[in-house]
Design a protein around this ligand. Structure first.
Ligand code: NAP
Length: 227
């Protein structure tokens, strides 16, 4: 479905860096895939959105700060989807910039929720799983009109499957890393049939340093011709 303001949710851009074989990290969790020029592009994109969102797995694996550092610009609101409140209060995402929002499920351990409250703004939803549509509506009400989804694999799947991604920006690094357990761009349970998959329309192809950036518009899921 094409995005409209009437949806009362932010316009969502999913950005990721992957190898030619579709991996966003190696089997050991190394996700340093982008070249310097692509990292600069990512930081510029961050400075132009209202919020950046990641899943708990990305915080636990990469400990990113999600701030704007490689270009001049303001830091967006940072949002972590953490159904079981697994993210430690010492994570970098809670330092510098505006307070980070952590979306947790009401069934998460109370002590961990309280620990997060000391360093972040904690929003409690029913679950896990958290209803991502509800989270996006709450972010929209808070003034978030453009949201950058920065992974990882599992959250990308939940957002894609729920029809909550409007644009996909994938930078492809000229490397192959293999590995059955290495995370791919979109993980989760996956669709059984290609015809069920999310349909994309290619909008832009651009060389960024040694990487190749592809920008797609998300057209929705369900049946259509493959080509
Ligand atoms: N190359 C890139 O561009 C890039 C970018 C980002 C990440 N990565 C890589 O991706 C990997 C991490 O991916 P991942 O799949 O393990 O983790 P992830 O997608 O970052 O986080 C998954 C976790 O998010 C929480 N979550 C997701 N949807 C939820 C929902 N609807 N309700 C409640 N909680 C929800 C769950 O936490 P609970 O299980 O606690 O409920 C889930 O386990 C890392 O290796 C990282 O390096 C690469």
């Amino acid at each position: 479905m094409i995005y409209s303001e009437f949806m009362k949710r932010p316009y969502v851009i999913l950005n990721a860096a992957m190898t030619v074989d579709g991996k966003i990290a190696t089997r050991a969790g190394d996700s340093q895939i982008s070249c310097p020029a692509d990292l600069k592009r990512l930081h510029r994109l961050r400075s132009r959105v209202d919020a950046v969102m990641v899943g708990a797995g990305t915080i636990l694996s990469d400990d990113p700060s999600l701030t704007v550092r490689r270009v001049k610009g303001r830091n967006p609101l940072r949002v972590v989807v953490d159904g079981r409140a697994r993210v430690p209060p010492t994570a970098r995402v809670f330092r510098g910039g505006p307070p980070t929002v952590v979306a947790v499920g009401s069934r998460a351990p109370r002590s961990r929720i309280e620990g997060l409250r000391r360093v972040a703004e904690v929003w409690v939803f029913s679950g896990p799983p958290i209803d991502l549509r509800e989270l996006l509506a709450k972010l929209y009400a808070r003034g978030v009109k453009r949201l950058l989804l920065e992974g990882g694999s599992t959250l990308n799947w939940h957002m894609m499957r729920s029809g909550l991604v409007d644009e996909l920006r994938v930078s492809i690094s000229p490397r192959v890393v293999g590995g059955e357990s290495a995370k791919t761009l979109v993980g989760g349970e996956g669709f059984a049939r290609v015809s069920e998959g999310v349909r994309l329309k290619l909008r832009q192809i651009q060389r960024v340093g040694r990487d190749l950036l592809l920008v797609f518009e998300v057209r929705g899921s369900g049946a259509s011709k493959n080509c």
